[in-house]
Design a protein around this ligand. Structure first.
Ligand code: GLV
Ligand code: MN
Ligand code: MN
Length: 411
């Protein structure tokens, strides 16, 4: 039975609601990479694909993969997808929309018994957020064949290595190379905008021009724990007070330059008691900019400012370790042009805009022509349970993605 775009979009929205039930932290949605809830979400994805006669599987690096063959078996593939891991207390659309939309697209073709010139490779990446393990994007890096071997040795906060988590998930850490994709002509990702521009301009869709590069670091400041009542203020070496000054220095550096953003998103204090001067503070730093050179300069300036604060306050900056590095990516002009044509074909304006958020596309683009379609989200809110899109926008996004795939020709 043929499906209309509207009925496909309704089913897609219902599946997005259903997928949000796979969480390790109910009632909040927290589906960290390679967790039990991630595994159950992957199984559900595979079950949905099977209902439409599409065989899906978990690949060695923890992605869910499926192929919808083209007219000619073994044809070059258009790869489409996004991620199904989430941040803590997440919204239900970041990532899941694009992963499930890729499946919807293939299902729509299957329901009509249609094949395209290209095969469709569907992917639900498993490691986009980098919340559980610091070195991230291992799913797309595995497909592109650019993972660092040390990735498997990294540990989560509970001491579990990525190798063990991947094994438990159903991946194959001893054969990561088998995840590498070949015969791919291009990669496209549908994603919510995660910002307010499209809504402010009254547009449902946007085409991504470029994606910000990112550097993440972990910092450890060591002072001296002591009695909160008995230690005079001028004789303290308070690790948290020093870290707080560093956080403000990071913020000031980012504020001083257009388009540079920096965030301290996690801070842990030891020993963590009301009457003990903090002896140690650990925190994360995330620095992003559209161009790589200004980002690298900012990283160096921030490191120097942190050292100076540590010296002045008599504490040690014991660690300032890069945990993630992703170069900015300018989306491929042929993909941008194809997406623009598809957006126009479904009756929307081809608005180009940059992405401040990171995406698997920036890795996929290292190996294949790649690009992204954005859909408007309510209030520009993301990484927040209030994340929301309308069913109408979902339908137009699906129609544009379908149109892009129909018109795509492998070079
Ligand atoms: C992913 O959402 C990121 O940009 O941090
Ligand atoms: Mn995302
Ligand atoms: Mn995200």
């Amino acid at each position: 039975m043929a499906l209309t775009t509207e009925s496909q979009a309704r089913r897609l929205m219902a599946r997005l609601d259903a997928l949000a039930a796979f969480t390790d932290d109910p009632p909040r949605l927290t589906r960290l990479c390679l967790s039990q809830s991630h595994r159950r979400a992957a199984e559900q994805f595979i079950a949905w694909a099977k209902e439409s006669g599409i065989a899906a599987r978990i690949d060695p690096v923890g992605n869910v993969r499926a192929r919808y063959e083209g007219r000619r078996p073994g044809a070059p593939a258009l790869m489409i997808g996004s991620h199904i891991d989430t941040v803590r207390d997440a919204g239900r659309y970041d990532g899941a929309l694009g992963a499930l939309a890729a499946l919807s697209l293939a299902e729509g073709l299957a329901a009509q018994g249609r094949r395209l010139d290209v095969a469709l490779e569907i992917v639900a990446f498993g490691d986009e957020e980098g919340v559980r393990f610091p070195y991230t994007l291992t799913g797309s890096r595995g497909l592109a064949g650019v993972n660092e071997p040390e990735a498997l040795a990294q540990k989560d906060a509970g001491g579990v290595t990525m190798r063990d988590a991947l094994k438990a998930f159903g991946g194959d850490p001893d054969h990561l190379g088998a995840a590498r994709a070949d015969g791919v002509a291009a990669f496209v990702e549908l994603h919510i905008e995660q910002g307010p521009v499209l809504e402010a301009e009254g547009r449902p869709l946007g085409i991504v021009s470029a994606i910000n590069g990112a550097t993440r670091l972990s910092a450890v400041v060591t002072g001296s724990a002591g009695h909160a009542g008995a230690s005079p203020m001028d004789l303290r070496r308070d690790a948290l007070a020093a870290a707080a000054e560093m956080v403000l220095a990071i913020e000031a550096r980012a504020r001083a330059e257009d388009e540079l953003v920096a965030t301290v998103g996690r801070l842990d204090v030891e020993p963590g008691a009301v009457n003990v001067i903090p002896g140690r503070a650990r925190f994360t730093i995330d620095i992003r900019a559209p161009l790589d050179e200004p980002r690298r300069r900012a990283v160096a300036d921030i490191a120097a400012a942190m050292q100076a604060i540590a010296r002045r306050r008599g504490v040690r900056l014991d660690e300032l370790t890069p945990t993630h590095e992703a170069a900015g990516y300018v989306c491929h002009p042929a993909i941008v042009a194809g997406l623009a044509a598809a957006v126009v074909a479904v009756g929307a304006d081809p608005r180009l805009l940059p992405s401040g958020a990171g995406h698997d596309t920036m890795v996929m683009g290292q190996r294949w022509p790649a690009g992204m379609l954005f859909v408007r989200c309510k209030g520009g809110v993301s990484h927040n349970p209030a994340e929301s899109i309308s069913a109408d926008d979902c339908a137009i996004a699906l129609a544009a993605l379908t149109r892009f795939a129909e018109d795509f020709r492998a070079a």
